[in-house]
Design a protein around this ligand. Structure first.
Ligand code: FAD
Ligand code: NAD
Length: 540
C-alpha cells in the first residue's frame, strides 16, 4: 500500500514536471521564433529525456536478447554424427556419463561432444534444478518450471549424444563396461552392457535415514519430483480430511500437524515455504482451520543451518519463532510409525503425532556407488566414492572419474555448486585428454623410434598440464520464509553475511541466473509473478 502511494505520488509528480517542462519548452520556442535568442535546454529535461531513451533502449535490447536466446535454444543446429574413427583414422573414444543431475549436465553443457562418442545413462530423463524444489510442494513454483529435458540438453550439443533412459546397475572397472537396465518395464524393456573408454559417475546420492525405523514406510523425502508431488497430495488431502472433523477432535489436530525432520537447508527451506503457504494463502480461504496448522521442525543438533555463520542461523531461528514454526532443537527422531514419531531430547522421550512427515536428514551413497566401492581396494570409505584432486576414481584412475554427491573428498560438500564446477572442470579435462589420446595414437603409429620418442615426450608433457580441480566457494544461500533469505557469501578473501528482504531479492536473482536454460528462467520468473498477484493454488 505504502509502496503504491509512493509510486502513484511519483507519477503525479512526474506529470507535473512534464507539464512544467512543456511550458518551458513552449516558452523556449517562442523565444527562438519571436525574440531570436535560443535558450539553453533545461537540465531536468535533458536528464528525463536521456533516462527515458536509455530505459527504452534497455527494454528493447533486453527483449531482443531474450528472444534471440529463446530462438537459439529451441532451434538447435545440425549435429555431427558419431563414428568409430576420426578423419585421420584414429579411434574415437567412448565416453559414458552416468546421471542427469548437476554434475553430469554441467559436464555435458560444456563438453565438446564432437571429440568423443558420448553416451548418457540416467533413469531420470530431465535435469532438476534442486534449489527451488522446496518451493514446489506448496505451489510457489510449478514443477515443470524447474526441469529441463535431457533430450533438449543433448540435442543442443555440437556432436550427437546417445541417451539411455536407464539406470546403471553395475560397473566393471577391469572390463571397462557398465551394465544398464531400462526404466521401461514392459515389452520394450532391456538390460545391456555398454563398453566405455572413459566413464564419469555422477549418480548423486539417496536420502539417508540413519537406520531410523519406519521412515521409508511412513515419511516423504524431498529429493525428486515425485517426492514433491507426494508431499503436496498429502498436505492438501489432510487439510480436506481435517475440515470434515470437529475443531476439538484430536485426529483433526494430528492431521494438521506437519513435521519436518532435519534442520539442514532442505528442511529449513521447506518448513519456511509451508508456513508461508499457511499464512499467505490458506489463511484467506480457510481462516479458522489455518490457525490450527502447526509446522514443527526437529533438529538433533543445538541449532539449524550448521553450514552458515552463527549470526545467520541465529537470525533464521529468531524469524522461525516469529513465524510460529515450532523449532525443536537437540531433538533426535528415533522411531516413526503411521501416526507418531518418537523424539529424544536429552533424557526426555516424547511421542509426537503427525499428519505429514518430511524427512530431510542428508545423503547416503546409492547402490551402484556402493557396488563400485566394493570392487576396488582403494575405496575404503563408506561416505562416498573416493577421488583424487583430478576427480579420478581411486583404484581406476586411468578411466573412471566421479563427481558430485556420489563422491567423498575432504573439504568438498555435497552441493550443486561443487557438482556444477566439477562438471565444468571435467569438460576442460576431456578436451586435453582428446589431445593426449591423439598424440598417443601418433606415437603408436609412427615407424621411426626417434619420432615415437618425440610423440611420447609430447604426450607426457601434455599430461602434466592437466591441473587439479580447484573449488571456488561463492557462498551459501537459504530461503527462511516471510520473503526473507540469508546469504553467507565469499568473494575472494572477503566474507559477507546478509539477511532479510533485500537478501531475498538477491536469492531470487541468483537462482534465476543459475537456471540451466532461458526457458526455465522465464517460467520461474512468471511463477513468482503469478504467486505475488494471484496467490498459490490450493488444489492437488
Ligand atoms: P544429482 O543432481 O542428484 O543427480 C544425480 C543423477 O543421477 C540424477 O539424474 C539421477 O536420476 C541419476 N541416477 C541415479 N541413480 C542412477 C543410476 N543407477 N544410474 C544412472 N544414473 C543414476 N545445493 C546447492 O548448492 N544449493 C542449493 O540451493 C541446493 N538446494 C537443494 C535443495 C534440495 C531440496 C536438495 C535435495 C538438494 C539441494 N542442493 C543444493 C544439493 C544439490 O542438489 C546436490 O548437491 C546436487 O544435486 C548434486 O549433483 P549430482 O549431479 O551429484 O547429483
Ligand atoms: P544436511 O545434511 O545439510 O542436514 C541434515 C540435518 O538433519 C542435520 O542438521 C542433522 O543434524 C539432522 N538430523 C539427522 N538425523 C536426524 C534425526 N534423526 N533427527 C533430527 N535431526 C536429524 O541435509 P540436507 O538439508 O538434506 O542437505 C543435503 C545437502 O544438500 C547438504 O550438503 C546441503 O548443503 C545441500 N543443500 C543446500 C541447500 C542450499 O544451499 N540452500 C539447500 C538444500 C540442500
Amino acid at each position: 500500500m505504502f509502496a503504491r502511494q509512493i509510486v502513484s505520488g511519483g507519477k503525479i509528480a512526474s506529470k507535473a514536471r512534464i507539464g512544467a517542462m512543456s511550458m518551458v519548452s513552449r516558452r523556449g520556442l517562442v523565444g527562438q521564433n519571436g525574440v531570436g535568442g535560443s535558450q539553453p535546454k533545461s537540465l531536468l529535461r535533458k536528464v528525463v529525456g536521456t533516462t527515458l531513451k536509455a530505459s527504452l533502449f534497455s527494454v528493447l535490447a533486453g527483449t531482443l536478447w531474450v528472444s534471440y536466446e529463446l530462438y537459439r535454444e529451441s532451434n538447435p543446429s545440425q549435429q555431427k554424427p558419431q563414428s568409430s574413427t576420426f578423419e585421420n583414422g584414429s579411434p574415437r573414444k567412448t565416453l559414458v556419463i552416468l546421471g542427469s543431475g548437476w554434475g553430469s549436465m554441467s559436464l555435458l553443457k560444456n563438453l565438446d561432444t564432437t571429440l568423443y562418442n558420448v553416451i548418457v545413462v540416467s533413469p531420470r530423463n530431465y535435469f532438476l534444478f534442486t534449489p527451488l524444489l522446496p518451493s514446489t510442494p506448496v505451489g510457489t513454483i510449478e514443477l515443470k518450471s524447474i526441469v529441463e529435458p535431457v533430450r533438449s540438453i543433448t540435442r543442443r550439443r555440437p556432436g550427437k549424444v546417445v541417451y539411455y533412459e536407464a539406470e546403471a546397475l553395475d560397473v566393471d572397472p577391469k572390463d571397462k563396461t557398465v551394465r544398464i537396465r531400462s526404466v521401461e518395464k514392459g515389452e520394450h524393456s532391456y538390460e545391456k552392457e555398454l563398453k566405455y573408454d572413459y566413464l564419469v559417475v555422477g549418480v548423486g546420492a539417496q536420502p539417508t535415514t540413519f537406520g531410523t525405523p519406519g521412515v521409508y514406510e511412513h515419511a516423504s523425502f524431498l529429493k525428486e519430483i515425485p517426492d514433491a508431488q507426494d508431499i503436496r497430495v498429502k498436505i492438501m488431502n489432510n487439510i480436506e480430511k481435517a475440515a470434515t472433523l470437529s475443531p476439538n477432535d484430536a485426529e483433526r489436530k494430528r492431521l494438521l500437524s506437519f513435521v519436518v525432520v532435519g534442520g539442514g537447508p532442505t528442511g529449513v527451506e521447506f518448513a519456511a515455504e509451508l508456513q508461508d503457504y499457511v499464512d499467505q494463502d490458506l489463511s484467506k480461504w480457510m481462516p479458522e482451520l489455518s490457525k490450527e496448522i502447526s509446522v514443527v521442525l526437529c533438529e538433533g543438533l543445538p541449532n539449524i543451518l550448521n553450514m552458515f555463520d552463527k549470526s545467520l542461523w541465529q537470525y533464521a531461528q529468531d524469524l522461525f519463532k516469529e513465524e510460529r514454526i515450532d523449532l525443536k532443537l537437540n531433538t533426535m527422531v528415533k522411531n516413526v510409525n503411521a501416526t507418531h514419531i518418537t523424539t529424544k531430547c536429552g533424557d526426555q522421550i516424547e511421542e509426537l503425532p503427525y499428519g505429514v512427515l518430511v524427512w530431510a536428514t542428508g545423503n547416503a551413497p546409492r547402490e551402484v556407488s556402493e557396488s563400485l566401492m566394493n570392487k576396488l581396494e582403494e575405496q575404503n570409505s563408506r561416505r562416498g566414492l573416493l577421488i583424487n584432486d583430478k576427480l579420478q576414481l581411486l583404484g581406476a584412475k586411468d578411466s573412471i572419474y566421479a563427481i558430485g554427491d556420489c563422491t567423498f573428498y575432504p573439504g568438498l560438500f555435497p552441493t550443486a555448486q561443487v557438482a556444477h564446477q566439477q562438471g565444468e572442470y571435467l569438460a576442460r579435462v576431456f578436451k586435453k585428454q582428446y589431445k593426449i589420446d591423439q598424440i598417443a595414437w601418433q606415437a603408436e603409429n609412427c615407424k621411426s623410434v626417434e619420432e615415437k620418442a618425440k610423440w611420447c615426450s609430447k604426450k607426457d608433457k601434455l599430461k602434466t598440464l592437466v591441473e587439479p580441480f580447484k573449488y571456488n566457494h561463492q557462498g551459501a544461500l537459504a530461503y527462511i520464509g516471510s520473503d526473507k533469505a540469508i546469504a553467507d557469501l565469499a568473494i575472494g578473501e572477503s566474507k559477507y553475511r546478509l539477511a532479510g528482504s533485500w537478501t531475498f531479492l538477491f536469492w531470487k536473482s541468483s537462482y534465476l541466473v543459475m537456471c540451466l536454460s532461458f526457458r526455465n528462467r522465464i517460467l520461474v520468473a512468471l511463477d513468482w509473478l503469478k504467486v505475488s498477484f494471484l496467490g498459490r493454488d490450493s488444489s492437488v
